[in-house]
Design a protein around this ligand. Sequence first.
Ligand code: NAD
Ligand code: LMR
Length: 340
Amino acid sequence: AALRRTTTEPSRLMSRSCYSSGSHPERKVVILGAAGGIGQPLSLLMKLNPLVSSLSLYDIANTPGVAADVSHINSRAQVAGYAGEEQLGQALEGSDIVIIPAGVPRKPGMTRDDLFNINAGIVKSLCIAIAKYCPNALVNMISNPVNSTVPIAAEVFKKAGTYDEKKLFGVTTLDVVRAKTFYAGKAKLPVAEVNVPVVGGHAGVTILPLFSQATPKSNSLGDEDIRALTKRTQDGGTEVVEAKAGKGSATLSMAYAGAVFADACLKGLNGVPDIVECSYVQSTITELPFFASKVRLGKNGVEEVLGLGPLSDFEKEGLKSLKPELKSSIEKGVKFANQS
Ligand code: NAD
Ligand code: LMR
């Protein structure tokens, strides 16, 4: 034990601020689907987050191995693995944040909506358990189709009498991550300094990057460049699905994006001011009941849903054409949740 204490101190591997727990409050984070393609790297990244004191890893199988593996990393979070439905309650109890990457991913030729038949039921049953065991937790929904799974979760929580619209988030951070990467590359800007809001939803044309609001501003990009960047951001998921050729969809970039968003939620919970991320939430900024936009995060989850800001004509057109698809995906989710 003495040897273990003196070997790889985390501060030697990473900067002190990255690992030190300081006086951060206790926070329990649960990952549902933790043994999957996203779940495993996301478990790793959450284990590295000094804001997490307890990390609970749940899946229908294989979580003991993932948990044992990740638990050997010498960082703050205490790790526990839970496998099988009978352990779901224990996994969830006392959680501050529940991250859900459970469900099947796309194969080439599929849309995200093609996943609805399998994933809607998975999400529904997990949300029933969340309502029972940790009704006050923030829920970060990654499972596709996000445009429908978030409304499903809302309906399940409403039925259980636990719904708080401030605590339910569709994770659209990967769209922002992609928009930043593609914009920085095209405009030859330092990627770490780039920010691009992405609004709407998380599927095809419902993903609307607002390059007119990108910072730093670029004077080198013309209309055609913006069209191409928009299309690449909208098709980013498909680009990965095709490259993986039947072996799933984005997992590593998604784990990164999920960790960024969960970190923002944790900071908000801890009272850090001015934490703003794009997310798909209950919203009144358009006529649609759910919409992704910039959201200010606070001690109770959503503190403020920020407006769209000024849009270019191209973006106005995009906004108009995304609404029918987003509306029908929302309605499909609501209908499913209320069926049985
Ligand atoms: P995967 O198949 O590799 O992993 C999914 C995991 O979910 C598996 O380990 C499986 O056992 C588990 N699972 C299935 N049913 C479960 C249940 N009832 N309870 C708990 N766990 C259960 O898939 P993946 O690549 O990790 O993708 C997961 C989901 O995330 C897919 O729906 C995918 O489309 C979605 N996704 C979303 C985004 C986004 O930007 N929001 C990005 C990438 C992927
Ligand atoms: C993504 O954007 O990468 C995910 O939604 C997965 C997918 O099916 O494209």
